[in-house]
Every structure is written in structure tokens, then in C-alpha cells.
Design a protein around this ligand. Structure first.
Ligand code: ZN
Length: 336
């Protein structure tokens, strides 16, 4: 723990420099989008990411959902929650009630597949089973609320690694009335959360604070980075879609994240409103075995070269500290 803390010090200056760049970027670019920036908040792996690592999964999941919905409420930010049936089963009785708050008002339940399986290793019939069995709990919940399931997001954002499979997967979604959920901002929140959970278990409050600060610094940089790349590729900033996981780190930092968006001139919209923008009218065309954010997909489909190496990774000390936890992260695959 001590050595990890010391190893982190040289990164402080770098983080500060990058934060200054991010702030300059926000200031310099806001005028390029006269209608104002918008962002939709989305959360994956409901009712709780990796519930099996918690000693009291139901209590921790309940508190996490409560904190996240309360922060969204404070900022009047609509949000979409992507559910895995397997996480409901592993939390056990009472888990479905954690979804109630996500099924009313400006909040919406969506499908993230039954078992969080990777579409790259499934054939089309298995992908179809993931979609259909993913509706086991949430299907009746949304119908009883007079709603329908509108969005599906593939685990790891893997849409199928070949053109044939991707086309087939898109047809399966369409046949069941789904739109493919896009995402444009990735903060590697799962990397920071693994470290944060270790610091919580160790009751190391200094480390918890350091991780939260590092995460918010990284988030500010990523918001600016992706806004710049979207502008470069599309010539304008489409509504952004923030990809987060439902975890303890986001529960404790969501207010601060929403404040970062507000400070950068963003207004909060629903996923449906965001994806009404023409940028999302076409599903990605060229297949990839990775799960990149949409700017990289838009760039490939348009033959525009972008340098993904300019995107910063989370600080090494955070990843190293979190790596001591053996539970598999929700998205261990390279992003681009
Ligand atoms: Zn996921």
C-alpha cells in the first residue's frame, strides 16, 4: 500500500498539467457548439457490478443504487440503467426491487444481456439467447410500468467481430424492437473502482481520497478528449453518451462528475434524446473485435485517421493497486 502511494507521486504533476490542458480545452471550445453541449448518462451492469465480491451484496447494491439515483436527481440528469440478469440472480431475493427507481420518471431500464457474455465468442443463436434471457426480470417490470425495452448495449461494446456477425446481431436487436445503445465517453471507471474497493476493504481513507481525486482528474480529461475527437471526426459535437458502471466509486463521486459536465457547458438529456441525433442513425459499419467508443468507429467508417495513442490511460499506480484484487473487471479488453 505504502509503495503504491509513493509510486503515485510523480504522476501528480502530470495530472495537474493535463487538468490545466483540459480546462483550457473546455474554455476554448464551448463556443463551437452554439446550441450547447448535451450528455446522456448511462450505467452498465445493474443492479450492481461484480456483486459476488461483496460480503453483503444486497445491502451494498441497495446503497450504491440509492446514492447514484440521488445524485442524478440533484442534477436533474436523466439516466439509463443496463441490466444483466445474472447480477440479479447472484444478489438473490430483493435484487429486482433495486431496479424500481430506474423504471420511473427520467430513468429507464435497458438490456445488457443475460450473462454479460462476450458477443465475439458467441454465435448468432447464442447472442439471441443472451438478448431474450436478458429480458427475464426487466421485461415484465417495464411492461407493468406501461413502458418498453428500447435499448440494448453489448457487454464490452463488442458487436460481433466479423461483418457477418455484426449485421446478424443488429438484425436480432431490430427484430426485438431494440436500438443499439452507443457510448462516446469512457473513463475506465472499472479500473479505478477495483482500486477503490481495495482501499475500502483496507479502510485506508487516504488512499480512497487519492483514488477519487485521480478518477475525477481522469474524467475531466476524458470528457475533453472525446469532445475534441468527436468534433474532429464529425465536424460538430453530437450529444455525448457517458459510459459508467454501477459501482461504489461512481456512487461516491457522481455528484462531482455531474458538476464537471455542468461546468463544461453540458445539459443532461435522456439516451433517447441523445441518439435522436443523426450521428447515431447508422449502426457502426466496419466490424472490430475491440469495443471502442463511437468516435473511433465513426472515424473508421469515414476513413478518417485518428491517433488513439493520444488518449491517456488511468495512472499506473491506480491499476497496480487495484490489480491486487482477483475479481475479473467488467471490461478487460483493449478499447481501440
Ligand atoms: Zn457490462
Amino acid at each position: 500500500m505504502r509503495s503504491a502511494a509513493q509510486a503515485g507521486r510523480p504522476f501528480a504533476a502530470m495530472r495537474m498539467a493535463a487538468l490545466i490542458v483540459a480546462v483550457m480545452f473546455f474554455g476554448g471550445c464551448a463556443h463551437l457548439n452554439p446550441a450547447g453541449r448535451t450528455v446522456a448518462m448511462t450505467f452498465d451492469d445493474l443492479p450492481m457490478t461484480n456483486p459476488e465480491r461483496d460480503a453483503q451484496p444486497l445491502a451494498i447494491a441497495a446503497e450504491t443504487n440509492r446514492q447514484i439515483l440521488a445524485a442524478l436527481e440533484r442534477y436533474r440528469a436523466p439516466a439509463t440503467g443496463f441490466v444483466n440478469e445474472i447480477h440479479i440472480t447472484s444478489i438473490g431475493p430483493g435484487a429486482d426491487q433495486l431496479l424500481t427507481g430506474w423504471n420511473q420518471g427520467e430513468y429507464e431500464l435497458a438490456n445488457h444481456g443475460a450473462t454479460h457474455a462476450d458477443a465475439n465468442v458467441l454465435d448468432l443463436p447464442a447472442i439471441e439467447r443472451e438478448i431474450i434471457q436478458g429480458e427475464t426480470t426487466i421485461g415484465p417490470l417495464v411492461r407493468n410500468a406501461g413502458r418498453s425495452l428500447r435499448f440494448f448495449r453489448f457487454p464490452y461494446n463488442h458487436l460481433g467481430e466479423t461483418a457477418e456477425k455484426q449485421t446478424g446481431a443488429m438484425a436480432l436487436l431490430k427484430a426485438r424492437g431494440y436500438q443499439l445503445a452507443a457510448s462516446t465517453i469512457d473513463t475506465s471507471d472499472y479500473v479505478f473502482d477495483k482500486a477503490f474497493v481495495r482501499a475500502l476493504d483496507a479502510r485506508d481513507s487516504d488512499m480512497q481520497s487519492r483514488i477519487k481525486r485521480a478518477y475525477l482528474d481522469h474524467t475531466a480529461k476524458q470528457i475533453a478528449y472525446y469532445a475534441g475527437l468527436n468534433l474532429q471526426v464529425l465536424g460538430y459535437e453530437p450529444p455525448a453518451i457517458m459510459l459508467l458502471h454501477i459501482n461504489r466509486l461512481n456512487a461516491e463521486t457522481l455528484d462531482a462528475q455531474l458538476a464537471l459536465f455542468r461546468k463544461a457547458g453540458y445539459r443532461f438529456v435522456s439516451l433517447a434524446e441523445a441518439q435522436a441525433d443523426p450521428a447515431y442513425a447508422q449502426a457502426p459499419r466496419l466490424p472490430t473485435r475491440f469495443g471502442p467508443m463511437w468516435c473511433y468507429r465513426w472515424a473508421r467508417d469515414r476513413g478518417i485517421r485518428v491517433d488513439g495513442r493520444l488518449e491517456e490511460e488511468p495512472p499506473a499506480w491506480v491499476a497496480d493497486y487495484g490489480a491486487a484484487i482477483s475479481v475479473e473487471s467488467p471490461a478487460p479488453i483493449p478499447r481501440r
